[in-house]
Design a protein around this ligand. Structure first.
Ligand SMILES: Cc1cc2nc3c(=O)[nH]c(=O)nc-3n(C[C@H](O)[C@H](O)[C@H](O)COP(=O)(O)OP(=O)(O)OC[C@H]3O[C@@H](n4cnc5c(N)ncnc54)[C@H](O)[C@@H]3O)c2cc1C
Length: 390
């Protein structure tokens, strides 16, 4: 088929909605058809569920499908869709890209195995080891704050494969089947009552050679793709709820404080901020350092808007439902307020976002992190790593 007779995105959308009316189609069936039509991540190649289209088309397609009542794959598999999928599309082999269709439909949930007790903001200092044993890799170490690991089938893992290299050069990325013997997942309960994240222990877990994603020793480069997409994805989540949480605050003002000029001033300031988040997110292009603006602004806005809402609601704003069924964002203002305390930590803290903007966008002098070529094994560590097998 020549380029001229290739169906446009518009025609593909029309055909998808005609052949699979959202109201009458099973959601997984619909998402499979969307992937096969090249309308999953439209800017990726066809074997990644795309159409090699301009990245800007992604928002248009998502909006059109939302308006048509089509299922949104993001809430079921947020880490898979927002971060791991784009990383596999960029760095994966043909065989690894075959994961993308089931990831997209939510048939396989994915998690991100990056943070460790001694490596959060300083992710490049991570200590989980992967040692080659003939045609396998043996992994030992501990991850923490791994969202969804208790439900995920697969994870994107960063592990140290060369202790003699500088800290960001001796890391390799792996695609891990979490059912592999030697992997244990322990949920962590948080103040909302949910257990959204987990500790994950690796104790001699053996991974096949083809689990390596990207070149050996280039895991930091692979992680960059994930982190840039994570920030854009988190920022977008707050932006798309721009008309949501602020509406709750406005309704609370109308019901409890109509005519109060001081509170009205706070509501209007917060509404202006909600609009700003929406505009900045809409303007943000491809994931990159500038995406940190959306993440920073969106995360801090989320905290302010829920704080305002519970203040305006008074005692009613303190109520917490007994059930932890469903997302903490939809179980009332108090639970959303509690959950929002984490927004300035997850996906990189606000302080780290400010560092990135200062150094990589404004070009201000870099933080002094010591000699760049020092081998990882010679860098003093604050956390004593859990010995393998303990
Ligand atoms: C809800 C939630 C979900 C998460 N999900 C995942 C997940 O799925 N997978 C995963 O791998 N991780 C996940 N994380 C972990 C998250 O990425 C880390 O918590 C985050 O990167 C911060 O690391 P840390 O907690 O170790 O804090 P630290 O890095 O120890 O930071 C402590 C404090 O020091 C400040 N600080 C540190 N370094 C600097 C610096 N250079 N300049 C200025 N200030 C600095 C920080 O801003 C912070 O205030 C999640 C976290 C949360 C809250």
């Amino acid at each position: 088929m020549t380029a001229t007779c290739s169906p446009t995105i518009e025609e593909r959308l029309e055909a998808l909605l005609r052949d699979h009316p959202p109201a009458a189609t099973d959601p997984v069936e619909f998402l499979r058809a969307r992937f096969d039509a090249g309308l999953a991540w439209v800017h990726y190649p066809p074997d990644c569920g795309g159409s090699d289209a301009e990245p800007e088309m992604q928002r248009t397609v998502a909006r059109r499908l939302r308006e048509a009542g089509a299922p949104d794959p993001f809430p079921t598999n947020p880490i898979g869709i927002g971060m791991v999928g784009p990383t596999i599309a960029h760095h994966g082999t043909e065989a690894q890209r075959r994961h993308l269709r089931r990831l997209w439909t939510g048939e396989d949930l994915w998690c991100q195995l990056f943070s460790e007790p001694g490596a959060g903001s300083d992710l490049a200092g991570l200590a989980t080891r992967a040692v080659r044993d003939r045609d396998e890799w043996v992994v030992d170490g501990q991850k923490v704050w791994t969202s969804m690991a208790d439900r995920a089938r697969y994870g994107l893992l960063l592990a140290r494969t060369d202790v003699d290299a500088p800290k960001n050069k001796g890391i390799t990325a792996f695609l891990v089947d979490l059912r592999t013997p030697g992997i244990e997942v322990r949920p962590l309960r948080q103040m909302t009552g949910d257990a959204e994240f987990n500790e994950v222990f690796f104790d001699g877990a053996r991974l096949p050679a083809d689990a390596v994603l990207g070149p050996e020793g280039q895991g930091w480069h692979v992680a960059f793709t994930t982190l840039m997409n994570e920030r854009a994805s988190i920022g977008d989540a707050f932006a798309s709820s721009g008309g949501g949480p602020i509406d709750g605050a406005i309704a609370a003002y109308r019901e409890h404080h109509a005519g109060d000029a001081v509170r009205r001033d706070r509501v209007v300031r917060t509404w202006i901020e909600a609009e700003l988040v929406r505009f900045v997110s809409a303007r943000a292009g491809q994931p990159g350092p500038a995406g940190s603006i959306v993440k920073l602004l969106g995360a801090e806005h989320a905290q302010r808007v829920f704080e305002l809402t519970v203040d305006l609601l008074g005692p009613e704003g303190q109520l917490v439902p007994t059930s932890t069924e469903g997302s903490p964002w939809t179980r009332g203002p108090q639970v959303a307020f509690l959950r929002s305390r984490a927004t300035t930590i997850e996906g990189g803290t606000s302080e780290v976002m400010r560092n990135i903007l200062a150094e990589r966008v404004l070009g201000l002098p870099r933080e002094d992190l010591g000699p760049k070529d020092r081998p990882w094994k010679d860098i003093p560590r604050a956390v004593t790593d859990r010995p393998a097998g303990s």
